[in-house]
Design a protein around this ligand. Structure first.
Ligand SMILES: [Zn+2]
Length: 137
């Protein structure tokens, strides 16, 4: 899933702020974000839980467009917030995302849809804050 067309234009004006703030939110939750070249074609991100060390990592494809990165970061935060239990209790150890076709390794489309919706909501919330701050709303 891609960003809603209605918020795409706003994202364009606030890309840097969105990437910074979404990264800070992930950091605050102790979800470590790493940008790396993901070789596999169309791969936009991964959410990994290292059970041995109890560490969570989000890997975002650094070759993706900023708009896709923003959506992917929001989506992975969504999994981390909404599906933490699945991650931590061993039902899942990772989510693997592809642009336009988000896949989870358990094939549960409902979880992917929830993470998509979370991403849109958190981006919309941040955009509303930026607009209010800049006096355009
Ligand atoms: Zn996902």
């Amino acid at each position: 899933m891609q960003l809603d067309i209605l918020i795409r234009e706003d994202v364009f004006s606030y890309r840097e702020e969105l990437i910074n703030d979404l990264s800070s939110i992930a950091n605050l939750m102790k979800l470590r974000m790493i940008q790396a070249v993901l070789g596999s074609e169309g791969l936009s991100g991964l959410l990994l839980y290292d059970r041995k060390r109890a560490l969570s990592h989000m890997i975002v494809n650094e070759n993706d467009s900023d708009d896709n990165k923003i959506f992917t970061i929001g989506h992975e935060i969504g999994h981390f917030v909404l599906h933490k239990e699945e991650l931590l209790n061993g039902k899942l150890c990772s989510f693997t995302e592809r642009i336009g076709q988000l896949l989870s390794n358990n094939g549960d489309d409902a979880l992917e849809k929830e993470a998509d919706e979370f991403s849109e909501k958190i981006i919309q919330l941040l955009l509303a804050i930026y607009k209010r701050r800049s006096g355009t709303q």
